[in-house]
Design a protein around this ligand. Structure first.
Ligand code: PGA
Length: 253
């Protein structure tokens, strides 16, 4: 099975509606032949239905940045997995570090969201990653292994074939401090080892593991040259047409 190559952009809470349309059109126009690479954007939820329509047939897939795990109910302000699916998106970003650390989501919440995504036909992109203190304490692998174990509880091997993992060290997100390609590659190997022990070596082998945290046109080539880095989740640099296109086209032009 050919390895997937995934380039994704997390727009976070940026862009007005007109700016979002302009960004997606710019990516569409500049995306001629990415050689089978997959491109995913995660825009703010209020624009999803329109952007899904706009991306149809372009090769750009769309995902939601977060959702609740209940199908419906008295949960003011939340978006359910059923509603997310109804917008036409294919992916759901789950457990992004800002969800974990700003909004205090626990591994238990994240596990419920992963399972809800599968239940409603969405493909989860599960984010994991350690804080700076956790890296400095010398046990970042333990942190990531625990996040995987808890986040994937009761997820079947079959479901794992529609799963993407994103490793995003918290200290590298939005800080301009990218993890060295060695640090990222080593952690991606750890992730694969853990998936191998929780599932099988075949599952671990085909699982796409993306790196995220200050990815820029200037550092993508080095990161992407590593065996265990199957793609990227880009924040800041995905908000500008040219920088996101440069990242998507690494080693193509
Ligand atoms: P950044 O964000 O590229 O701006 O560091 C990455 C992310 O949060 O997904």
């Amino acid at each position: 099975m050919a390895k997937r190559e995934i380039f994704s952009g997390n727009w976070k809470m940026y862009k007005t509606y007109d700016e979002a349309v302009e960004l997606v059109n710019g990516i569409k126009d500049g995306m001629p032949d990415t050689g089978g690479r997959e491109v995913i954007v995660f825009p703010p939820a209020v624009y999803l239905r329109d952007l899904v329509k706009l991306c149809k047939g372009s090769g750009i897939e769309v995902g939601i940045q977060n959702m609740y795990f209940e199908k419906e109910g008295a949960f003011t302000g939340e978006i359910s997995p059923l509603m997310a699916k109804d917008t036409g998106v294919r992916y759901a970003l789950i457990g992004h570090s800002e969800r974990r650390h700003v909004f205090r989501e626990t591994d238990g919440d994240i596990n419920k969201k992963v399972k809800a995504a599968f239940e409603f036909g969405l493909e989860p992109v599960l984010c994991v990653g350690e804080l700076l203190e956790e890296r400095e304490a010398g046990n970042p692998e333990d942190v990531v292994n625990r996040q995987l174990e808890l986040g994937l509880k009761d997820v079947s091997s079959e479901q794992m074939s529609n799963m993407i993992i994103a490793y995003e060290p918290v200290w590298a997100i939005g800080t301009g401090k990218v993890a060295t390609p060695e640090i990222a590659d080593t952690m991606h190997k750890t992730i694969r080892r853990k998936i191998g022990s929780l599932y099988s070596s075949e599952t671990a082998e085909i699982l796409p593991v993306l790196y995220g945290g200050s990815v820029k046109p200037e550092n993508i080539a080095d990161l992407y040259s590593r065996d265990n880095i199957d793609g990227v989740l880009v924040g800041g640099a995905s908000l500008k047409i040219n920088s996101f296109l440069d990242i998507i086209h690494v080693n193509i032009n």
